[in-house]
Design a protein around this ligand. Structure first.
Ligand SMILES: C[S@@+](CC[C@H](N)C(=O)[O-])C[C@H]1O[C@@H](n2cnc3c(N)ncnc32)[C@H](O)[C@@H]1O
Length: 267
């Protein structure tokens, strides 16, 4: 017969981790956990190999989430921490969070009027690029990041590249035919110079694959084709840097909250 379960007994974080890991989002390192908490993630379990060091980091870099971390973080032996994560992080902090529901994200993406663009990555191939774009979208307060094609925008490597900022914007995979409403601006070196245009807040900004650029399907749907300034002998920019320049252009021509308007820092 099993021993009776004491409901008041403390939860064993390692058992909880093993039970939840497959269905959860891994927040790898102090900064990912900090960002996820700031943007409302539901964190189920958080461990560290050095609680004092993690709380000292919070005192120094993120006093706004210090109390949450104090309540959440359980210290485990270094070997236990290393056994829970694929690649130990220098801060020796890791946590599991609940992935936001697809329905909630789709509602955020479809909501109009929109106050900030949606970024579309058309069949991206590189997980690091996707993570960097999600971090950019969070920093600029974009409504969301949509990917088309087979790459999973919630893949652990993308989440790692996004530094926990998947919780600050709506991240989903969709078909080209299902893209959110709004004027579709597709970025392509053959387009019109972006500097002649003010991007509207409800823009859908689409970027092509690292390998083959924009798909024919996306080109067909585009309302405008826009080019970033580039010398003739250079063929193209990296995908994430193209997103950065385009979001910067949107912000510099009137969009995006200023740092003083933003309610929570993205650092
Ligand atoms: C690495 S590039 C793709 C290069 C690809 N070999 C091609 O044939 O287009 C990835 C994406 O970044 C954007 N991009 C890169 N350089 C650009 C530029 N100068 N102007 C506009 N978009 C650009 C485009 O959306 C492009 O599809």
């Amino acid at each position: 017969m099993n021993d009776p379960v004491d409901p008041a007994a403390p939860v064993d974080p390692v058992r909880a981790w093993r039970r939840l890991a497959d269905a959860s989002v891994l927040l790898d390192g102090f900064h990912a956990l900090k960002h996820a908490l700031r943007f409302g993630a539901e964190v189920s379990v958080a461990v560290t190999a050095d609680r004092a060091a993690a709380l000292a980091l919070a005192d120094e870099l993120a006093p706004d989430v210090r109390e949450w971390l104090d309540g959440l973080l359980t210290e485990v032996p270094a070997a236990t921490y290393q056994g829970l994560v694929p690649r130990p992080h220098p801060t020796a902090v890791a946590a599991l969070a609940v992935r936001p529901s697809r329905a909630t994200n789709l509602a955020a993406l479809a909501h109009t009027p929109r106050t900030a663009p949606v970024v579309v990555l058309d069949n991206p191939r590189n997980l690091g690029n996707a993570g960097a774009v999600i971090r950019l979208a969070a920093g600029f307060g974009a409504t969301g990041v949509v990917t088309t094609g087979t790459l999973d925008p919630w893949h652990p490597t993308v989440v790692r590249g996004g530094a926990g900022l998947h919780f600050a914007t709506a991240v989903e995979r969709l078909e080209v035919a299902e893209l959110p409403p709004g004027p579709l601006f597709a970025l392509d070196p053959e387009g019109d110079d972006i500097r002649g245009l003010k991007l509207p807040d409800d823009a859908v900004l689409a970027f092509g694959s690292e390998r083959s650029g924009l798909s024919p399907e996306l080109r067909d749907r585009a309302d405008h084709l826009l080019a970033l300034p580039m010398r003739p002998q250079v063929s193209s920019y990296n995908l994430a840097t193209s997103v950065a320049m385009t979001l910067y252009h949107w912000s510099a021509t009137g969009g995006a909250p200023t740092a003083s308007q933003a309610s929570r820092p993205v650092s």
